[in-house]
Design a protein around this ligand. Structure first.
Ligand code: DAH
Length: 341
């Protein structure tokens, strides 16, 4: 059967040389076609001695099966190669590993804002948004900061080229906007938003930052309501069992005014680096709405009273997450933000 072994070599070499469907078809006709080599070999059986025929027939059958299988294998390989070539022509490499999409996450300040919204919404406060671009009148004068008032010194201002139009330095002007909008209904709102100050940027102050203002106006609203609301707020945001300290302070638009501290969330009041060894952390300013401000909002201070408060979400986020530099929040440093994912 040496002839078959030799043939096998030749057939396989030619099969490998068939690199496209047309060449493969030529090959098929040559070896497996009706008038092809394989059929010729079988025809040769007829002229053989009867005693040799059985062995030759068996060998030929095996040979044919082998050739048939080699053909099908090659046919499959060419199909795959063609598919790959088509994909490559389209510029798609389906063997590349998939790219995992980067999932974003909420900015830590947005998260803090949402936490604040949730706490106040649960207490029945609505969210009221006022404008970032304000007039000198609403940002200052109607809040009891007349022109030249020394308290303006604390709020270095970005003015525009239009006289008396500025970027709000705090969210308190929203009090006037809300009162004029709601008048004469009672009010219970928080006013979140961006504020702007022409300040040296430091670890403790940015030029742009958020504030969340609170305002309640109605009949018989007292300082006790303010205290109760802020105690409930602090316990929900910073954890149950918080102690609050109201320190006398001054703001032109509230009277009386106070600043509020909570017992240090890091040391519990014993004194540590975070609270600068005082045991207390300042979280907001507040007070009873000044009669002039009520009047400027359209409410008669003889009938109505109100309280207001204002807090800095960046400062609250810094306390909650132990961040010691406000600039991290807006520097978009990819090493900082993912920590809040
Ligand atoms: N507007 C004040 C500021 O930016 C913060 C503030 C203090 C708001 C007392 C208030 C308040 O509503 O009652 O410094």
């Amino acid at each position: 059967m040496d002839d078959l072994n030799q043939l096998q070599e030749q057939i396989k070499l030619e099969l490998i040389a068939a690199r496209d469907p047309e060449a493969l078809e030529q090959w098929r006709i040559k070896y497996l076609g009706r008038k092809g080599l394989m059929n010729n070999l079988f025809r040769g059986l007829g002229s053989m001695l009867v005693e040799d025929r059985a062995a030759r027939g068996k060998a030929l059958n095996q040979f044919r099966q082998m050739v048939q299988e080699a053909f099908e294998e090659r046919q499959q390989a060419l199909k795959e190669a063609q598919l790959q070539a088509e994909l490559a022509a389209e510029g798609v490499d389906v063997t590349l590993p998939g790219r995992r999409p980067q999932l974003g996450h909420i900015h830590p300040i947005s998260r803090t804002l949402r936490d604040i919204y949730r706490v106040f919404s649960n207490m029945g406060f609505q969210i009221y948004t006022a404008r970032d671009v304000e007039t000198d009148e609403v940002n200052f004068q109607l809040l009891n900061f007349p022109k030249g008032h020394p308290a303006r010194e604390m709020q270095d201002t970005f003015h525009t080229t239009v006289p008396d139009i500025l970027l709000r330095t705090h969210t308190s002007p929203g009090q006037i906007r809300a009162m004029r909008d709601y008048h004469p209904e009672p009010i219970r709102v928080i006013l979140p938003g961006k504020c702007y100050r022409y300040e040296q940027v430091t670890a403790r102050s940015e030029m742009m930052f958020y504030q969340v203002e609170g305002l309640a106006v109605g009949r018989h609203i007292t300082f006790a309501d303010l205290k109760g609301t802020l105690v409930a707020f602090a316990n929900q945001l910073f954890g149950e069992g918080r102690k609050l300290r109201f320190r006398c302070s001054h703001f032109p638009f509230t009277e009386p005014s106070a600043e509020v501290d909570i017992d240090c969330i890091s040391c519990g009041g014993k004194g540590c680096r975070l609270c600068k060894y005082t045991g207390w952390l300042e979280i907001l300013g507040c007070g009873m709405v000044h009669p002039n401000v009520l009047r400027n909002g359209g409410y008669d201070p003889d009938i109505y009273s109100g309280y207001a408060f204002g807090m800095g979400p960046e400062r609250i986020a810094m306390l909650l997450h132990n961040v010691d530099d406000i600039r991290y929040f807006y520097a978009n440093d990819a090493r900082f933000l993912p920590q809040f994912a």
